[in-house]
Ligand binder design. Structure first.
Ligand code: SF4
Ligand code: SF4
Length: 171
């Protein structure tokens, strides 16, 4: 009974509080980003287009192990490995990725591929402009992924606030 009475009293207060937040927004200046004339702002943790990284000496980080492909829940990565030779060396290890394709139409940007990669070769950066006229152009090959991708229309914000979430175990 006491709980019901408490609920009757607190419910309107909560509704009024929520309405107050909505009303406060009514008097705020709208935030309109004139993209692409003005750069879009993204937070560092935003996961966008993949890039394959190189070491400073130019060798590819990817060793063709296909752990990224195994971790991918949508099976959108295809890796074919080949042996490095002294005459034709691509990466520091024994093997390299002869073929490395990502089908961006299937990607859900979960980041599991980057998590699984032992050499930090595959990284999800911040570019979100992934529209194509031809669906086959959405299959990114290795050469395209190895190109550095730092578009001018993107600004990475540095004011990200990390909030420690309350979990069941920390309650
Ligand atoms: S981000 Fe997720 S879905 Fe996309 S390629 Fe990586 S593992 Fe696959
Ligand atoms: S990107 Fe990383 S996980 Fe994927 S094949 Fe290359 S080295 Fe292995």
């Amino acid at each position: 009974m006491l709980d019901e009475v408490k609920e009757v009293i607190t419910a309107p207060v909560e509704v009024a509080r929520a309405m107050g937040i909505t009303l406060k927004q009514l008097f705020r200046k709208p935030i309109t980003n004139q993209f692409p004339d003005e750069p879009a702002q993204v937070y560092p943790r935003f996961r966008g287009r993949h890039v394959l990284k190189r070491y400073e000496n130019g060798l590819e980080r990817c060793i063709g192990c296909a752990l990224c492909a195994a971790a991918c829940p949508t099976e959108c990565i295809y890796v074919e490995a080949a042996e490095n030779t002294d005459e034709d060396r691509h990466s520091p290890g024994e093997r390299y990725a002869k073929v490395y394709d990502i089908n961006m139409l299937r990607c859900i940007f979960c980041g599991y591929c980057a998590e699984a990669c032992p050499t930090e070769a595959i990284v999800l950066e911040h570019d979100f402009t992934l529209a194509e006229y031809d669906r086959w152009d959405a299959v990114y090959n290795k050469e395209r992924l190895l190109e550095p991708n730092n578009p001018e229309y993107l600004v990475v914000r540095n004011d990200e606030v990390f909030v420690k979430a309350e979990t069941w175990s920390s309650k």
